[in-house]
Design a protein around this ligand. Structure first.
Ligand code: FAD
Length: 548
């Protein structure tokens, strides 16, 4: 490709991603020194457009960042009043009482929120402190100075989809350079992926593990709505096919978040996570709640699940990875926003100290130490064996063994030391010849919906004239390798129907409908041949989530 000339702007700190981690970093930097220049770049059309958390928010991160948030008209109003946990069978349920649960699993004192709205509010707070926030700015490239990261390229668009060369409406974007660059891209960040590979940051750590989270917002019959109720389930419909479970949170305005997570280390390549979610809504307990209501939004996003032992090294010269770009979700609690906020705060404090001492472009090792040994490390260490136990021995063993281990860990003891995860989720995928196709019931259009109809409710768009951001390393692999070996699982694991196999036998072709992509990153994670590279779309686009 031809060399491009770009204007550049200099900042003290350049932050990629206006999620809870990036915005917390921005706020903390300005709290520490209002004269620091700080910019936040967000690929969503507005802050919050790509944010999909559940969410039950543990406010410990916010308490540390903005202790006075309760007087700041934050969109954090619905305290959890009721906390239920069920194991489902096909038609029935067993309630697990709250008393044997380790204290960390208790949701009382937490809040049901739209994290998209919380991020919109945090962005206002940040702008009030003087942070520059630019939505609609995809950061598609890193800028290096020798061996150090010195900035990012943002806002480039108009390359020819075929040749990759600048087209007639080409805009080169800007180079935004910083003394430090923070990557708060969330799970499987594409720039973070480049940094992890370039500086070999995963060396000595377990592979990262992931789940696929899908979520709908429903408006339900007010008579059935119970503001502040949180319900989690495990068991049916996944059974022994995959780990995972559901969440149902009652928020304001008679709305309910209905979400479903499938662990991506499932073996059967015929498993269809989206259809598992749709099937789940037909369970009598869920159907009774949703009947008569309407689905108003849909979205999907991967969730990091590797936890403590999978966090890569998170600093390299000039750059720090924040939040779920590292993977800071506490899996049994399905919570990562609090750690994302704490990580942003810690990175900001390390960068502020470094800049004050006249440093730039080096490794912020104090940040890494704080994450591993401070509140985040402590939170994740207690639960580090739950996911490996679940992966190896299934749901019951993880509930009993993982539960006992979590209890012991609250007093600093453990039954298992630190268990390993072993394989990546891609490598966990089994061969089609060893499994049977799964027969999923057809969506009824009332409780369950076909994939493309639902994608319309994510309000996703990409300009069809922009280059496809889903890149195949070898275009022949889907049909030559993945189809015969794995029945090309991309057709099923993608929750937005991006990947299709058309025709059969020698006529078979692979189609990528990149315009539908909801930026969940599952393809980049689960493709058994690791042949799909999810890159940040040049030209922007993606979902436009309302109050997810
Ligand atoms: C289904 C589901 C349910 C969850 N439920 C909960 C819950 O109930 N409670 C909880 O605490 N946590 C929950 N989590 C986890 C939580 O969402 C994450 O821990 C949290 O979002 C991590 O914050 P982050 O700032 O690291 O990344 P994100 O929140 O993902 O934010 C990243 C931001 O960066 C932007 N971005 C990414 N790459 C680029 C780029 N190259 N250029 C420009 N912008 C970019 C994205 O558009 C996005 O806005 C859930 C996650 C999922 C998927």
């Amino acid at each position: 490709m031809s060399q491009v000339q770009r204007e550049s702007m200099e900042y003290d700190v350049v932050i990629v991603g206006a999620g809870p981690s990036g915005l917390s970093a921005a706020i903390r930097l300005k709290q520490l020194d209002p004269d620091l220049s700080v910019v936040v770049l967000e690929k969503g059309s507005e802050v919050g457009a790509h944010i999909l958390s559940g969410a039950v928010l543990d406010t410990c991160g916010l308490d540390a960042l903005l202790p006075e948030w309760r007087t700041m008209d934050a969109p954090i109003k619905t305290a959890v009043k009721e906390d239920n946990f069920y194991i489902l069978g096909p038609a029935g349920k067993v309630r697990i009482p709250n008393w044997p649960m380790p204290p960390l699993m208790n949701n009382h004192g937490k809040y049901i929120v739209s994290m998209a709205n919380v991020c919109r509010w945090m962005a206002q707070v940040a702008e009030g402190l003087g942070v520059e926030i630019f939505p609609g700015m995809s950061c598609s490239e890193l800028v290096y100075d020798g061996d150090r990261v010195a900035g990012v390229v943002a806002g480039e668009f108009g390359r020819d989809p075929e040749t990759g060369e600048p087209g007639p409406s080409y805009e080169p974007g800007m180079e935004l350079r910083g003394k430090y660059v923070f990557l708060g891209e969330g799970v499987r960040g594409s720039l973070a992926k480049e940094i992890i590979a370039k500086y070999d940051l995963s060396k000595g750590h377990e592979p990262q593990k992931f789940g696929l989270g899908m979520k709908e917002i429903w408006e339900i019959d007010p008579a059935k709505h119970k503001l502040g109720t949180v319900t989690h389930t495990m068991g049916w419909p996944l059974g022994s096919n995959a780990g995972g479970g559901s969440f149902i949170y009652h928020l304001e305005n008679n709305q309910v978040y209905v979400g479903f997570v499938v662990h991506l280390n499932y073996k059967n390549p015929y498993l269809y996570p989206y259809m598992e979610f749709q099937r789940f809504k037909h369970h009598p307990m869920v159907a009774a709640l949703l009947e008569g209501g309407k689905r108003v939004a849909y979205g999907a996003r991967a969730i990091s699940e590797g936890g403590y032992q999978s966090m890569p090294k998170m600093v390299a010269p000039g750059v720090a990875l924040l939040g779920c770009s590292v993977g800071m979700v506490n899996v049994p609690r399905i919570k990562g926003n609090h750690n994302a906020m704490l990580s942003g705060k810690a990175a900001a404090e390390a960068a502020h100290a470094a800049i004050k001492a006249g440093r730039m472009g080096d490794e912020l090792s104090d940040y890494e130490t704080e994450v591993r040994t401070g509140a985040i490390g402590k939170d994740l260490k207690k639960v580090r064996n739950v996911k490996p136990l679940w992966s190896k021995y299934g749901l019951v063993a993880s509930l009993m063994g993982g539960g006992a281990d979590m209890w012991l860990n609250t007093i600093g003891l453990t039954l298992f030391g630190t268990l390993k995860h072993g394989k990546t989720d891609a490598a966990a995928t089994g061969k089609a010849k060893d499994y049977k196709p799964i027969d999923y019931p057809k969506p009824d259009g009332k409780l369950s919906f076909d994939r493309l109809t639902n994608v319309a409710f994510s309000f996703t768009n990409h300009d069809e004239n922009q280059p496809a951001h889903l890149k195949l390393k070898d275009p022949s692999v889907p049909i030559r390798v993945n189809l015969p070996e794995y029945a090309e699982p991309a057709q099923r694991y993608c929750p937005a129907g991006v990947y299709e196999v058309l025709g059969e036998g020698a006529e078979a072709t692979f189609r990528i409908n990149f315009q539908n992509c909801v930026h969940c990153k599952t393809c980049d994670i689960k493709d058994p041949s690791q042949n799909i590279n999810w890159t940040t779309p040049m030209g922007g686009g993606g979902p436009n989530y309302p109050n997810m």
